[in-house]
Design a protein around this ligand. Sequence first.
Ligand code: MLT
Length: 400
Amino acid sequence: MIQINSNFMRLPESYLFSDIARRVREFAGANPTVEIIRMGIGDVTRPICPAAIEAMQKAVAEMGARETFRGYGPEQGYDFLREAIADHDYRSRGIDIATDEIFVSDGAKSDTGNIGDILAADCRVAVTDPVYPVYVDTNLMGGRREPVLLPCTADNDFCPDLPAEPVDMIYLCYPNNPTGTVLTRSQLEVWVNYALRHRALILFDSAYEAYISAESTDVPHSIYEIEGAKECAVEFRSFSKTAGFTGLRCGYTVVPRSVKALDVISGREVSLNRLWLRRQTTKFNGASYVTQRGAAAVYTAEGQRQVSETIAYYMTNAATLRSGLRECGLSVYGGEDAPYVWVKTPGGCGSWEFFDRLLQLGVVSTPGCGFGKAGEGYIRLTAFNTLENTRRAVALLRGL
Ligand code: MLT
């Protein structure tokens, strides 16, 4: 009889955010008069920035005319977008990234999961705890062992300690999802030096780098700001939380040619860039031309101004949450360089119990334990709702 990939049986019954969506649906069905304020999944509420919309409208018109129609594009992305990324996100910060080290995709979520395809199934994975569940689940699906957990709590100021046992792949997400905290340059240096020393690979998810405030000059936007990172790190970025692309889908992954890993069969070191190209050209047909035109417009002066405005808006929400919840007597972390606010539940209340209490008020959060054991006793709120709803949520929480 046909057999399943039994690794799927090692996963929780459902994906965290699907589980929350189901509970919210049930609650809304049973309580139709309660207005729901969604601060659970990190989905944005402001529309796609106008510069991207205008560029996509032009691209749609091109696709409808015989002279300008385009069929299959390059799987790794059009040069117009890869060059804009290299110039704006890297060269402008003094980081030398070549366009063929950039791979445009349908988002960071897929790439952080798919990257495991090019690495050995017996690689040992380390993740921070709490963590974005995609890193854990996709590695279990690929047959890897349970990851080594690196607890990040208020006790260690949300800065993970180096693993006590050898690991090969280390997922770091900074600014962090879910805690909203950051690592300073010297804290990130410790990790790069570890990876170089142990020949490990850092998978650096910097989907939220645009949220680092101008005052936080000691917080790196890219791991490649750290010396040696081009030998040991792959970086993931996204247009979701900046230009509003959560429903449109576009992101990119940087795989420097200098990042190498061992092929145990030949005993040779192989460039991950070559393997990722091979993987993408086989399993992926590229983000759509229209989407990539939209993404490229984000890098125009107008696009940048619009994105900054959106981020400032969400960060006003984050500040509103931080101060409002503190006034309620809650301990609050993150939310200064990230759109997530991490809240300690009061009186030793469990994460799901506190989630339910907030849901009764109509406020949707994410229970911290959904991100891992060390997240128990916390909940996460996002700053992605409207300012009005954020204020309403704070007012409702005051009544707790
Ligand atoms: C989250 O809520 O953690 C994010 O929205 C997940 C994602 O970006 O896929």
